[in-house]
Ligand binder design. Sequence first.
Ligand SMILES: Cc1cc2nc3c(=O)[nH]c(=O)nc-3n(C[C@H](O)[C@H](O)[C@H](O)COP(=O)(O)OP(=O)(O)OC[C@H]3O[C@@H](n4cnc5c(N)ncnc54)[C@H](O)[C@@H]3O)c2cc1C
Length: 518
Amino acid sequence: MKGSWRLYLTLRVFPGIIIQAFFGLMPDIDKKTERGKAKMNEFECIRQETCSSQEPEMIYDVAIIGAGPGGIFSALELTQQAPELKIAVLEKGSALKGRRCPIDGEKIKSCIGCRSCSIMNGFGGAGAFSDGKYNITNEFGGTLYKYVGEEKAIELMEYVDEINCRMGGAPARLYANDDPVIYRKCLQNDLHLLKASVRHLGTDLNYVVLENLYAALKDRVDFFFNTGAESVSFEDGLYTVTADTGKVFRARRCILSTGRSGSKWMESVCRTLEIPTQSSRIDIGVRVEVPYETFSEMTDALYESKIVYRSKKYQDRIRTFCMNPHGVVVNENTNGIVTVNGHSYEDPALYTNNTNFALLVSNHFTEPFHESNQYGESIARLSNMLGGGVIVQRFGDLIRGQRSTQDRIESGFVKPTLQATPGDLSLVIPKRQLDDIIEMIYALDKVCPSTASDDTLLYGVEVKFYNMEVEVDSSLETCRKGLYVIGDCSGVTHSLSHASASGVHVAREILKQLEEEN
Ligand SMILES: Cc1cc2nc3c(=O)[nH]c(=O)nc-3n(C[C@H](O)[C@H](O)[C@H](O)COP(=O)(O)OP(=O)(O)OC[C@H]3O[C@@H](n4cnc5c(N)ncnc54)[C@H](O)[C@@H]3O)c2cc1C
């Protein structure tokens, strides 16, 4: 203890002295006592003064907020085409290696609401532990094609796929879901199969690709992890980004790529900078879990099948989403609300006996309601309130109007891959959406018999939040010159390949503008 105070005094006199040495002795200060806290605050002041007086201000050519697929691919394209550019990437979460969800299934069984969620935040963004399904299509996953044109959107997605393959994704198979027999069978039952090519990296290979992307970037870009952008303003011809660490970044151009988890922050930036937005869509539904064999005819041939159904009763659009053969159902935390999602692995050693997929009902609101995300959050909160998180129910129990219990789940033939609370989804999901979901399960049963089995498991609630749509032009630039919004936070994309492609597109647009300026 005494030793550390001596060094502390030395630092007061010689503030430039190696701060690292002080860090090493930091645990000696009792941070819990008032005296300890005061010393900690004093230390922070010295540290900040020291840093700011020593560091000359760096003006970046481009500051990128968010290191998800959008941010990563914009940084990669910029550094590949113009290595001389000075680029900063600010990321609220950790570097890839530091991303660890504390849920271990033993000591910590459910979400404890970490300050920054390791599943959603950090290098790789929301996609880091995802199933890594890169769908190359304009039929779903976003509306990038509306901004850049259909052909170019596909070209950009193919370019992203090429890079992913170079970065270690090549062993993953590229599936084309255009099987004419399945397509016809679906059509005969009023189900519409959407066409796409999909590279399924799987969670494990996706991680390898991210490791390689980071290795390709780390010496060319200044990464600032655990650094959340708090505000963005425009002063003296530069974008000024103030981070929650107190650090201030200045850049000539700024790319916002904060994904779905940064949606609230994005809204506040648009309000402050008076960038027009609109919001009206939310998808609500359940995750369905069936034995692998129930869907194997479809998943063996197509892997990822996106099927759309229009309900007879309400004429609503319901779709399958994120199909995971041999996969697991997982929790997802969005802004503190626990919802459900699914993963699968490319490695056969990690296969389960089940397949899971989401059934989502699209809800489009009209005047005067604009808060579509709040509508979804309220429904998800209801399931969190009743079930303490995600609720699971057998399809048979739902149809009979009874809640599922632990005993009923255990006596079923489908073994759940997520520990969720047995309950009653009809107390959570509004009647209209629930009727739609039940109707589609019976429709799917005609194509994949036993989908409507009593033992089919339904997990709720799965919510697909859509970011409000930010008004951007064909360069994805806002009305503020030099400020771009890409990926899921723009409302333009909702998927890995569209978000990544938007990153490449914006980088190329910036490079074009730079060329024109010179
Ligand atoms: C469990 C799961 C599975 C999925 N599976 C698939 C799939 O198989 N296929 C598919 O196409 N899509 C999938 N998705 C969706 C896909 O991950 C996203 O569409 C994609 O990651 C969007 O990329 P993005 O760069 O726009 O945003 P994100 O990936 O969300 O990245 C945004 C980053 O910005 C950071 N950030 C947020 N706010 C701030 C701030 N204020 N300051 C600094 N940093 C900030 C976040 O920490 C995050 O790392 C999945 C999503 C989840 C959650």
